[in-house]
Design a protein around this ligand. Structure first.
Ligand SMILES: Nc1ncnc2c1ncn2[C@@H]1O[C@H](COP(=O)(O)OP(=O)(O)OP(=O)(O)O)[C@@H](O)[C@H]1O
Ligand SMILES: N[C@@H](CCO)C(=O)O
Length: 316
């Protein structure tokens, strides 16, 4: 009979996960980009059962601090799948990714939990990239945020018969990003409820052409970004729920800037073919919008999620 593996009290892991922006205009549920804004997590094994989370920064006083916390639920999911009992956990989450603004906070929380569990199960269970993406997609429901959060860079994600897959690409070094974050939140679940069950064939063709072009624009020809970021699959259906976002995108695009809804919104992403376009976008927003938008000038993160394991030190 084999003994059930246990993880020693005091074992600790540190995790860092980037924000992500999904869709990028036409690549609905498919394209994603990792950005240089991070949630950090420390998890240590404690003697008492259960979970306690200290949240610092975004979500402090708002998200649960017990087993129902999304990060804790994601850790528990991996332990359950691995068939290993989850030990008691003490966690500290330092969060910078805004919630429900279209910057992949739920995907980052899920990936944080999965990477923490991976670290805690080091030497007991091996996780390859395919398994990590499967676990994260099970929890998030679609792979376009969790793929870049896990692997960094620009990712194409798709769901095959045997599960989610991804291809990581390196974005052209001229590509820059600025995200305009509004004060008001909007949940992804609400945005998804506004999608129709089917779309006209010509709109599907429109998006196939633009998303193919977008991959070329992001990897090789950033000067094509404006044409390549047109969309007919999601933004117009959701516009009624985020009027100011729609207005800002129209204004920026009329000035030749590749503005799109970031993720499910309501933030606006502008992809620039050179860094000066970010400053131009920020000036235009300042001059033309009555609302308050926080401008985040971000680089592409090429690394994705990381985990460090701090084993228990055994004294003589
Ligand atoms: N670090 C976190 N810890 C705990 N819960 C979190 C964390 N980050 C996000 N969440 C949960 O996820 C919710 C936000 O998820 P939602 O899918 O609506 O938006 P998003 O992931 O920020 O945006 P998008 O999917 O459009 O990029 C929060 O309200 C909170 O319940
Ligand atoms: N593709 C997703 C991204 C947000 O999770 C959507 O637009 O609903």
């Amino acid at each position: 009979m084999t003994a059930t593996p246990t993880i020693p009290v005091g074992t600790a892991v540190s995790v860092k996960v980037p924000a992500t922006t999904a869709n990028l205009g036409p690549g609905f549920d498919t394209l994603g980009l990792a950005l240089s804004l991070y949630d950090e997590l420390e998890v240590s094994v404690r003697a008492e059962p259960g979970v306690h989370v200290t949240v610092i920064g975004v979500g402090e006083g708002e998200v649960p601090t017990d087993e129902s916390n999304l990060v804790a639920r994601s850790i528990a999911y991996v332990f359950e799948k691995a068939g290993v009992p989850m030990p008691g956990l003490e966690m500290v989450a330092r969060n910078a990714i805004p919630h429900s603004r279209g910057l992949g906070s739920s995907g980052a929380a899920i990936v944080s939990g999965i990477m923490a569990a991976r670290g805690l199960l080091d030497g007991i269970v091996e996780f390859d990239a395919v398994t990590l993406l499967e676990l994260a997609t099970d929890l998030e429901g679609h792979p376009d945020n969790v793929a870049p959060a896990l692997f960094g860079g620009l990712t194409i994600a798709w769901v095959a018969e045997d599960g989610p897959k991804h291809k990581k690409l390196i974005a052209h070094r001229g590509v820059s990003a600025v995200v305009f974050v509004p004060e008001a939140a909007m949940s992804t679940a609400l945005a998804r409820s506004l999608q129709p069950a089917s779309v006209p064939h010509e709109d599907a063709i429109f998006n196939v052409s633009r998303s193919a072009l977008l991959v070329a624009a992001l990897v090789q020809s950033p000067e094509l970004l404006l044409a390549a970021t047109e969309d007919r699959l999601h933004q117009s259906y959701r516009a009624s729920a985020m009027r100011e976002t729609d207005d800002l995108i129209r204004m920026l695009r009329s000035h030749g800037l590749a503005a799109v809804v970031s993720g499910a919104g309501p933030s606006v992403l502008v992809l620039g073919s050179d860094p000066s376009q970010r400053l131009r976008a920020a000036e235009l927003v300042e001059q033309n919008s009555a609302s308050t938008w926080q401008a985040l000038m971000l680089a592409v993160d090429f690394k994705g999620a990381t985990v460090m394991v701090h084993p228990v030190e055994v004294s003589d």
